[in-house]
Structures are given as C-alpha cells and as structure tokens.
Design a protein around this ligand. Structure first.
Ligand code: SF4
Length: 458
C-alpha cells in the first residue's frame, strides 16, 4: 500500500474532510460514472442516503451542500468557494440539480437526500448510498461509498483492513511502521524527509514537481491563515460562535513581545484559530490530514517560517514530507477519522505529524523525529469527538490552537533528548487504534456525547 504526500494533504473546502470533502467527492464520482457510461440522459431521479455519523452530524458539517455540489460535477479541490452560496441558493429555489453540470433533474434535500440518523452501515460509520432511477422508477445504478477520513472515499467493496484504495506503486523505501522507517534511515543515512522524497518520486513525479506541489500546498495553507485573520463576524451554523483571529491579531500586533516571553504561543494559537475559523465557514482548506484538524500543521509551519531563524522554502518542503511520513503510519495502522476513533485520530494525528515536521527542520535526527511524533500522539490518546451541534467549531477550533502549541512542546522535548525514549511511536499508534475501538460510539462524531450533550445550544 503506497500513500503519497498529496493523498494526505489535499486542497479542499471546509468544514469537514470526511463529512464535506468525502460526500462531495463521492457525489462527483457517482455523477461522473453516470456520465461516462452514457446513463445521464436516462436518469430521472437520484436518491442519496447518508448513514451513521453522516446521518447524525452531516447537516452541521454541510454534507447536504457537498452532495448537491458533487452531483452537479464539482470537486472539493476545484470548486470556487466564493460561488458556493449563490449556486446552492439557486439549486434550492429551483428544486433541481444539473447532474454532472449538464442533465437537470428534480432534487430536493429532505426528500431526495435523506439523513438516516438511526442506521449505520456495518462496514464503516460514514456510509452513503447513491441510487439513480429512470423514468419508470427502475434502478439505473446504485453505489455505496464510505468516507473514511481525510477526504478519502472508497466504494462498498473495500472493507476492513482494505479500506484505503490499494495503490500498487512500488516504493524504494516501503514502510508500515516507525521501526521500519527508522531502519531505512539508519541503513541509508537519509533523513525522514529525504526518504519520503525518494518514495514520492515512485508515483511518477519529478523532484521539481514534488517540491512545487508541496509549496503550492503551503501557499494554500498560508493564504488560509491570512484570510482567517482578516475576517470578522459570526461563524455559520447557528451557534453564533464569534471569529476571534482578527481581534487577537490586532492585540498581538499592539503588544510588545519583550514584556511577555510566551507571546509566541499566542501567535501560534492565532494561526490555528484563523485556519479553523475559515474551515468552519466553509473556506478553502488543505486537509492536514483532516479538515477538523486542519489548523495544526499550518500553525506550526507558520511558526517555523516566522519564528525560527533561517527558515526557508526547503525547510517547508522537508517539514511537510516528514509530517506526511508520520501521517502514513497513522493511516496504515490506525485511522485519521473522528467517526472511527474519535478526535485522537484527527487532532492527535495532526499534532504528531506537526511535532515530527518541526523536529526535522530544527535539526533533529530521525530518532528525535520519531520521539517527537510519539509525544505528539501520546498526550492526545483518548481524545473524544463531541462537536456541539455537529458543527466543526466547539471544541474543534480551540483544540487546534492548543494542539499546535503542544506539537511545538513535543518537538522541543524531543530535541532536548537523544532520541531514546520509553514508548515507541508504533506502540502509541496501536494504543490509539485500540482506544478508538473501545470508545463508545457516542464519542465518535455523532454529537451524542460529551460537550455536545452537556452544553446547551442557544
Ligand atoms: S472534535 Fe475533533 S474529530 Fe470531532 S469534529 Fe472536532 S476536530 Fe474533528
């Protein structure tokens, strides 16, 4: 199984990779399949059923909007975010959708798109069934997809250990564990980022393409930080959560760093708040590795570029390659989906990845990088997913700010050591997976437990 850095970091839209990006990608796949197989002209009706966690929290995560856009031919990475509201308003007013942008059919959310809150498909908590019918009401095509986290979508045939789309690319340095990764580094003398770069080339990209692709991801991340800082007001969804990044930015600019030696921590929190507020508002985002946890890697990377002397583009590339190597371990051995393992899989994985990236660009050895990644996940173990109102706002936005500073602490602890430590990263990832398995479903992106039921929405 080969996973590329561009699988883990994908340009998409907020607020959720599994509940917005995944459903949009699935709807696009379905509409495109009808188009490619010449079935579009015969399609008279399409029915979409969202099951399990998608049924329970999909409304708050914008899954219905995502499906509408996907059916009309949009993809998360290409959709023009500024045009979304107007297009959705038009589709809702007319009660129609243009399948794959060309074939208009009636489509009404609540009638043709159903949030099935009581049923969860056995294979995965984020199931979706798409059915197209002809004029006579006969089924033209039925597809079941699963949104397995980070915007990854698989069809119903991929289950169990085979949830990730198999990719038979042969890597020069294949690894499925931290131990194997370190062994390659020790045998070759390569850093983790250099090793990842070699692996990336196996996907058919030149070194230049890889570097410019990664720098493009960084450009989207930093645009997102900038946009989040400029915007004011209340986030959509009904909780009336105020955006805070703008005001915090103004305060930090007015304050002197000399009087507060920990002011950098506030800047880091600001960078994460800015991204996650943009995510909550449905803005342009890089899944890193998910949307809910999309603020941590950009926040720590922005910290690197603004606070670490001699930071440069080469460091940015190395940071993201290293973070991706750790992301591969989470994706291969546990999960990055809040619906599967709780928030430890989203914020925990992102914190671990950011810790690793920062450690490498601060001069850490592969052992210190592995140590930092382990610290980054160990202290997020057991973290539940309980978003209030099913919105990716509380606790998600602040949680990213806290985890970003935690990632920097993890990197600093690891850099002060020699890489030797008690708990191996592989053991911490296994513990995350086991803890996720034992976690009650109400703490896995269902909004049926934790803060979601203890805080009254007003
Ligand atoms: S609580 Fe964590 S896992 Fe759940 S939606 Fe928020 S960021 Fe994602």
């Amino acid at each position: 199984m080969a996973i590329s850095v561009f699988d883990l970091f994908k340009i998409g839209i907020g607020p959720s990779s599994s509940h917005t990006g995944g459903p949009m990608a699935a709807a696009h796949k379905f509409a495109r399949g009808l188009h490619d197989d010449g079935l579009l002209p015969r399609a008279a009706r399409v029915e979409v059923i969202l099951y399990g966690s998608l049924g329970l929290t999909g409304k708050g995560h914008g899954s219905d909007k995502a499906v509408l856009l996907g059916l009309s031919g949009e993809k998360p990475e290409l959709v023009d975010v500024d045009s979304i509201d107007a297009r959705l308003a038009e589709m809702r007013a007319s009660g129609t959708v243009k399948l794959f942008g060309s074939h208009e059919i009636p489509f009404v959310v609540g009638q043709d798109l159903v949030f099935e809150r009581k049923i969860s498909l056995p294979e995965h908590p984020n199931g979706m069934r798409f059915t197209a019918y002809d004029e006579q009401g006969d089924t033209l095509r039925e597809k079941v997809y699963f949104s397995v986290g980070g915007g990854f979508v698989v069809d119903e045939k991929a289950t169990g250990a085979d949830r990730i789309k198999p990719d038979d690319t042969v890597l020069p340095y294949p690894f499925a564990s931290g131990e194997e990764l370190l062994k390659h580094c020790s045998n070759t003398g390569l850093s983790i980022s250099a090793l990842m770069l070699e692996n990336e080339k196996a996907f058919g990209r030149t070194e230049e393409e890889i570097r410019s692709g990664i720098l493009n991801l960084w450009r989207v991340m930093s645009d997102c930080v900038r946009r989040g800082i400029t915007k004011e007001g209340v986030l959509p969804g009904g909780l009336k959560v105020k955006r805070r990044a703008n005001q915090l930015h103004r305060r930090l600019q007015a304050e002197s760093a000399e009087k507060d030696p920990l002011q950098a921590m506030d800047w880091v929190a600001l960078f994460a708040l800015a991204v996650n507020e943009e995510n909550a508002a449905g803005g342009r985002i890089v899944t890193a590795p998910t949307n809910g946890a999309a603020g941590i890697i950009p926040a720590v990377l922005t910290y690197y570029t603004k606070f670490v002397p001699h930071a440069d583009d080469e460091g940015v590339v190395r940071f993201l390659l290293t973070a991706a190597a750790i992301g591969v371990l989470f994706k291969e051995n546990a999960s990055i989906s809040g619906a599967e393992v709780g928030c430890q899989g989203e914020v925990g994985s992102a914190c671990s990845m950011a810790s690793a990236g920062l450690t490498e660009v601060m001069g850490g050895t592969p052992e210190q990088v592995e140590n930092a990644a382990e610290i980054g996940i160990e202290h997020n173990l057991g973290l539940t997913c309980d978003p209030i109102g099913g919105l990716v706002q509380i606790p998600c936005i602040e949680r990213n700010a806290v985890a970003s500073n935690k990632a920097i602490t993890a990197a600093r602890i690891a850099l002060r050591g020699d890489g030797r430590h008690y708990v191996a990263l592989d053991k911490a990832i296994k513990t995350m997976r086991d803890t996720g398995r034992d976690m009650l479903d109400k703490y896995k992106e269902t909004s049926r437990g934790g803060l979601a039921v203890n805080v009254i929405e007003c």
